[in-house]
Write a protein that binds this ligand. Sequence first.
Ligand code: PMP
Length: 361
Amino acid sequence: MHQYTRGFGHPRLVAALAKLYSKLLGRELNPQTEVLTTLGAYEALYSSITGHVDTGDEVIIIEPFFDCYEPMVRYAGGVPRFIPLRPKNNGPVQSSADWILDKYELESVFNSKTKALILNTPNNPLGKVFTYNELSYIADLCKKWNVLCISDEVYEWIVYEPNKHIRIATLPDMWERTITIGSAGKTFSVTGWKLGWAYGPANLMVNLQMIHQNSVYTGNTPIQEATAIAFEKEIARLGSEECYFISISKELQPKRDFMAKFLLESGMKPVVPEGGYFMIADWTPLESQVDLNSEQDKYKDYRFTKWMTKKVGLQGIPPSAFYGSEHKKLGENLVRYCFIKEDKNLQEAANILQKWKSGKS
Ligand code: PMP
């Protein structure tokens, strides 16, 4: 356990992953050729992108997106083509389901140079869980234009009732053109373990294997062994209430609802996520209480989050970071908070906002 393990994935772990995803996909996965373990989902993304994208290839990225997609595409010589989800409801409380991908807008970015589309469901930062209908039209366009789908599904187990996580690789004729990415960090709430994986058809996986072999060669042995044991345990109780894949969302749902409530009470407009553990909120109803001039950043959300961290003591992430340069304005009125926290810390956040709102902080 203290020496190098198999480069493309520790045997016990790839066996467990193949067993799990064979069940979930309804097809037999070959652990040797169709599964690769990586240094976090990050490296799975990196190997998928670098292994497929050549100079001048276009890659479609749905905004807001996990921020490393864009630099990884550019680093490979590719050209990112951004397409924003657009909010369709302006009420005080939105759901991530209100953020819609316009079919025609999406269709308009596909062309003969399109090499890949990066999908992220459940999405970070919004928490949107793509529906079968949405995945179907994405899939149809990928098939029409012979495009690879890189599906980042690191939050696959964090989905709130009644939503369901659908793996795009299970849609008709999509297995052949999909690489799906997962993360032990997100699956078992151990982000410090930095272990990820990718699975897909062998003829595509070989492209990831080449990048992996010649950049990191092999992953960490004891972490892979431990994750394999964790998977074996959960596979044995798959479908039962005690299974972590089910209990994690049940544990997080009250935290999500509590955060939505205290953000709303503070005057912000939260977007309640269908999945994941982040929540976006519109902070601009409180703009008059913020000294945006005290910070120099170009985008207002950077100034807001810095001011808030320094003066009020509550840290959020500026969502314009999740947009390409053309659309950064779409993220300026928003902030992203994280609710996978102990209840006492969430309560503290609520108290901080309450105090701030009443002018006492
Ligand atoms: N994809 C998404 C959507 C993420 O949110 C993250 C982590 N925040 C990753 C990939 C990277 O995961 P890992 O820590 O396993 O590299």
